[in-house]
Ligand binder design. Structure first.
Ligand code: COA
Length: 325
């Protein structure tokens, strides 16, 4: 069997829901500004659940939906920019929580494009015939890294996880993908690492582990690459926009998607949006959206879907999926 399909999806979000009004007590903001500038009304935030815990909960659901045993999972690829620890990988912690004893597990760091990168990496490794059933996870605990004094960032992000089980099949499933990076723009979004504080260096360097972002630069980048990526994926898969049932974009700002819809001349209804409820959950946003669409019974066998993501790096990517479950 040569093709790779999505055999099951699952999601997990913490129970604590934070509204825009809740933020007006923390920073100088209000519901009107946040809703009209971003499309966000609420987001879920961890009350102590780690990235690994949220990822494991989403994974259990995806495995159950795929109808396989956790012992059949032979590869775990976890995308996050908010790992539990520098080491070990969050994927290894997930492996332990869910009991996926037969898997190879590792993390990838591509921020909000991470799930798209993960699908591409997993599909390539599965095509090498080493692996048969892969868990691809996007999971984030962004609230750990927010600067609660910066009103332009802290209102944007939420926590959660989404997962997909990839299986081998005779049917066509995951089509061609594109994954790209523009490293020269690395400083547009950062969460710095640890301080440099060793007895062997003269000058101590303090690092800020709070998220910082040049919102306007990212906005310009996102609007240009979404249109470009979708057109490239259509061409690669010999499709036109009329063939596509849904475009599932990374949920960062509804105005970015409205701009892309206008440029592509497609109705907003073709884009699946849930930013209003979840905010920007980085690598988790696309698998959470897919899982929610599946739960709502919106996805039908044979649906043609484009996933498109962008984020820190700066990175971006897109994938075509023929929905098979
Ligand atoms: N509440 C009220 N006012 C706010 C605010 C908030 N939460 N955040 C920023 N403002 C203010 C700014 O301070 C600024 O005030 P000033 O004119 O007095 O200086 C004003 O609103 C306009 O700021 P600006 O940054 O131009 O707003 P914007 O419309 O570009 O929206 C973002 C800011 C961050 C929402 C927007 O740039 C964005 O979404 N960028 C993309 C970010 C993204 O997608 N990141 C994730 C990538 S994965």
């Amino acid at each position: 069997m040569k093709e790779v399909i999505i055999g099951g999806v699952g999601k997990y979000t913490p129970s604590k829901k934070i509204t825009n009004d809740d933020f007006s007590h923390i920073v100088d903001t209000n519901d009107e500004w946040i809703s009209s500038r971003t499309g966000i009304k609420s987001r879920y935030m961890s009350s102590g659940e780690d990235t690994s815990y949220m990822a494991a909960m989403a994974s259990k659901k995806a495995i159950e939906e795929a109808g396989i045993s956790v012992l059949d999972i032979d590869l775990i690829v976890l995308a996050t920019c908010t790992p539990d620890m520098f080491t070990p990988s969050t994927a290894c912690i997930v492996q332990s929580i869910i009991g996926a004893k037969n898997a190879v597990a590792f993390d990838i760091s591509a921020a909000c494009s991470g799930f798209i990168y993960g699908l591409d990496i997993a599909k390539s490794l599965m095509n090498s015939n080493k692996y048969n059933n892969t868990l691809v996870i996007g999971a984030e605990n962004l609230s750990k890294f927010m600067d609660w004094k910066d009103r332009s960032t802290c209102i944007l992000f939420g926590d959660g996880a989404g997962a997909a089980v990839l299986c081998k099949s005779k049917e066509a499933g995951i089509g061609s993908s594109l994954c790209k990076s523009e490293g020269e723009k690395w400083d547009c979004i950062t969460i710095e690492g640890s301080d440099v504080d060793s007895p062997f260096v003269e000058k101590k360097t303090l690092r800020d582990s709070k998220l910082k972002m040049n919102g306007n630069e990212v906005f310009k980048f996102a609007t240009s690459i979404i249109v470009k990526s979708i057109n490239e994926i259509l061409e690669d898969n010999n499709l036109t926009l009329d063939d596509i049932d849904y475009i599932v974009p990374h949920q960062a700002n509804i105005r970015i998607i409205e701009y892309a819809a206008r440029k592509l001349k497609v109705p907003m209804s073709k884009f699946y949006m849930n930013i209003e409820e979840y905010g920007n959950t980085s690598a988790a946003s696309i698998p959470i959206a897919l899982s929610e669409m599946y739960e709502k019974d919106l996805l039908k066998k044979g649906n043609k879907i484009i996933l498109v993501g962008f984020g820190a790096g700066l990175t971006y990517g897109a994938t075509f999926i023929n929905w098979t479950i």
